[in-house]
Design a protein around this ligand. Structure first.
Ligand code: NDP
Length: 455
């Protein structure tokens, strides 16, 4: 064999797996057809967060008057922002590439296709490897409606030449609500069109309601309970038909309607790698596919599609295969954040999930962040703990509000360790912060779940 390991895909999962495996002494090759660092670095988490921050500066400039500053806010320069973002992404992509070559991995810039369980073809080159890891990630999908090609997807959103004056965003998942906040904060008219009564299906219902209120507060027009029907072009504008025959003319239609694993055209079916109905590679607890020497990590397995999960899986697999330290990554209590405006962050069970299994105590608070008593900006923060009534373990922590991702990352350690409500209570707060509210939630808001049903 030419290599001990061939990794297909140079995103978060693949780069980590290749780099750590090489560090363990394996002879490693990795192929990437588009950009090193994958979705997260190039057209996902990283540039998205920079755009969110661009929006925040605008709001802070407005807030400053309440603190005595006289600031004349000029117009926003979208092209300048995108150029700055591009420079940063180019820098990061270079770092990812260097990390791999520095670790001693052989790099192939090109599309890799499996010819058999041990042979990979990249262009006109053929190489063999003992083990193969598929880390090809996913890609955004448009809904199957007439004119769908007239709308953009998130890949395109990062390279728009100008800020659209108006945009209709279809969907209300992570990407939809994040971009709604970005476009609105930079001055666009934004409509959010979604099938559910509240945005962000799967998140805690109090957060969903709080977010819907916050989106409306900043002038985003919500169209709940609506499915897209068609898109047509009218000169430079797009006409979206949705719901029961409603139409909306905007400069841009943006489909944020989910992602699918990138498994097509890799030769997977030919070598016997089993996929599920959504095109994801089926893996066992050891990340092994149905072919014993072929593994899959990250979004291509469509389990928890988050960068830190992908890197954790890549690292664990490298340690297992080449580090003499077999281990797996828990899918429990994985914290996550939505960089909406304001952001959401969460760890553990939602109230709805928890209360089907056990009686739970709910502790909740909402308040205006201190700075906004002076800024005058209408903003609310919501914090919520879901506590197992019997064991008093905190099984879920949820927050909507400024700094939520920074705060919940710390809270997540406590939840992963199995902290009880009493552990939270005996922790001294840091004053004055929003975070201290998590350790001063004295009054139970309600008891819900199985016990409530039994009463
Ligand atoms: P999500 O799965 O989060 O949301 C998809 C949205 O599209 C839902 O609102 C869904 O509605 C809607 N939808 C799907 N199909 C249709 C259709 N045919 N017509 C109308 N609406 C439709 O996908 P995203 O693309 O936002 O993000 C993909 C994943 O990437 C996320 O789930 C997350 O794992 C990851 N991600 C993480 C981020 C972070 O960590 N901050 C940021 C961005 C992405 P419904 O609810 O009715 O099904």
């Amino acid at each position: 064999m030419d290599f001990d390991l061939f990794v297909i895909g140079g995103g978060s999962a693949g780069v980590r797996c290749a780099r750590i495996s090489a560090g363990h002494g394996a002879r490693v090759a990795v192929a990437e057809e588009r950009f090193w660092g994958g979705t997260c670095v190039n057209i996902g988490c990283v540039p998205k967060k920079l755009l969110v921050q661009a929006g925040e500066y605008g709001a802070w400039a407005d807030d400053a008057a309440g603190f005595g500053w006289t600031i004349q806010k000029g117009p926003h320069d979208w092209a300048k922002l995108i150029a700055a973002k591009d420079r940063e992404i180019t820098r990061l992509e270079g770092i990812y590439r260097k990390l791999l070559s520095g670790a001693g991995a052989t790099i192939f810039d090109g599309r890799a296709v499996l010819e058999d369980a041990h042979t990979v073809r990249i262009g006109d080159k053929r190489v063999t490897a003992e083990k193969i890891v598929i880390a090809t990630g996913g890609h955004p999908v448009r809904p199957d409606i007439p004119g769908a090609e007239l709308g953009i997807i998130s890949d395109d959103a990062f390279y728009l030449k100008t800020l659209p004056r108006s945009v209709a965003i279809v969907g209300s998942g992570f990407i939809a609500v994040e971009f709604a906040g970005i476009f609105r904060a930079l001055g666009a008219e934004v409509h959010l069109i979604y099938r559910q009564p509240q945005p962000l299906r799967g998140f805690d219902h109090d957060l969903r309601k709080g977010l819907a209120d916050a989106l409306q507060q900043q002038g985003i027009v919500l169209h709940p309970n609506c499915s897209p029907e068609s898109v047509t072009a009218d000169g430079a504008s797009r006409l979206l038909t949705f719901g029961a025959g409603q139409t909306l003319a905007t400069e841009l239609v943006f489909f944020a309607t989910g992602r699918r694993p990138s498994t097509r055209g890799l030769g997977l079916e030919d070598v016997g790698v089993a996929l599920n109905a959504k095109d994801a590679i089926r893996v066992d607890d050891d990340l092994r596919s149905s072919v014993p020497n072929i593994y899959a990590i990250g979004d291509v397995t469509d389990r928890i599609n988050l960068t830190p999960m992908a890197t954790a899986e890549g690292h664990a697999l490298a340690d297992t295969l080449f580090g003499g330290r077999p281990r797996s990554v828990s899918l429990q209590n994985v914290p996550s954040a939505v960089f909406s405006t304001p952001p959401i962050a969460t760890v553990g069970l939602t109230e709805e999930q928890a209360c089907t299994m056990r009686p739970v105590d709910i502790y909740m608070t909402t308040f205006t962040p201190m700075r906004h008593n002076l800024s005058g900006r209408a903003r609310r923060t919501l914090m919520k703990l879901v506590v197992d009534s019997e064991t008093q373990k905190v099984v879920g922590a949820h927050m909507l509000g400024e700094d939520a991702p920074e705060i919940i990352q710390g809270i997540a350690i406590a939840v992963v360790m199995g902290a009880t409500k009493a552990d939270f209570d005996r922790t001294i707060g840091i004053h004055p912060t929003a975070a201290e509210e998590f350790v001063t939630l004295r009054t139970r808001t309600r008891v819900t779940g199985v016990a409530e049903a039994a009463e």
